[in-house]
Design a protein around this ligand. Structure first.
Ligand code: URA
Length: 234
């Protein structure tokens, strides 16, 4: 046995074997910093996966693309506990490529701050990612066409709660023809096979509807408070 091998054997026999690794061990890295680094890696992975979805959405041929200006995918935080899902981009969103930036978006921001949520702490998206002509409601076929992209986003973000804004989002995620009047005010379960978990879900009124029909704001406030209670009791 040559001298180097003897030295290695000696060190191994002394109980030390962790020196045999590809990179030097950083003994001085704090556990907090280490956790943060791991979080960053996770965050980067999520970003990469979302980039893939964005690329496939761009490649996906759809009639909606012909009249829209920009693809609108998401805004907010990839590590959010709560995901808000709307219907489809409107004119302002189509201009800017960001969901909920117009009047409905401003009301959504107010709804979030009323329950102490910052916009950049939640994940915001839509069922359909291109603006339908004249803001018409997406058809059932369009909802189904875009559903896999939405389900994939849910799996990547892995939220604890989903808040559905309006009937289109409720139909897409809860697969039900029931009206919001029947669906709101209680928790539903969205089961993700990929994540192997149940995500607690609320269906409530869309901010654009609330702007037109403010008498429903009280019910919407009750639904938001249900979410707030869950978040506070965690
Ligand atoms: N309405 C929606 O459903 N989504 C938006 O992004 C804007 C308005």
């Amino acid at each position: 046995m040559n001298q180097t091998k003897k030295n290695v054997e000696f060190i191994k026999n002394s109980g030390i074997n962790y020196f045999l690794q590809d990179s030097p061990r950083n003994w001085f890295e704090s556990p907090v910093k280490k956790a943060k680094t791991q979080n960053n890696i996770q965050q980067n992975n999520k970003l990469e996966q979302l980039d893939e979805i964005i690329a496939s959405l761009k490649n996906h041929e759809t009639i909606l693309k012909k009249s829209a200006k920009n693809l609108v995918v998401f805004d907010g935080n990839l590590d959010a506990k709560v995901m808000f899902i709307g219907e489809a981009p409107g004119r302002d969103e189509d201009e800017q490529g960001i969901p909920f930036v117009g009047r409905a978006g401003q009301l959504l921001n107010k709804m979030l701050s009323a329950i102490n949520l910052k916009r950049d702490a939640v994940y915001i998206t839509n069922v359909v990612n291109w603006r339908p002509p004249d803001n018409r409601t997406p058809t059932d076929e369009e909802i189904l066409e875009f559903l896999p992209f939405l389900q994939r986003q849910i799996d990547i973000v892995n939220p604890e709660y989903i808040f559905l804004l309006g009937g289109v989002a409720a139909k897409a995620i809860l697969s039900t023809p029931l009206s919001l009047g029947k669906l709101r005010g209680k928790w539903h379960e969205y089961k993700s096979l990929q994540l192997n978990k149940t995500i607690f879900t609320i269906a409530s009124y869309h901010p654009a509807f609330l702007l037109r029909s403010p008498q429903y704001k009280k019910a919407s406030w009750e639904d938001l408070q249900m979410l707030q209670k869950k978040l506070e009791n965690e």
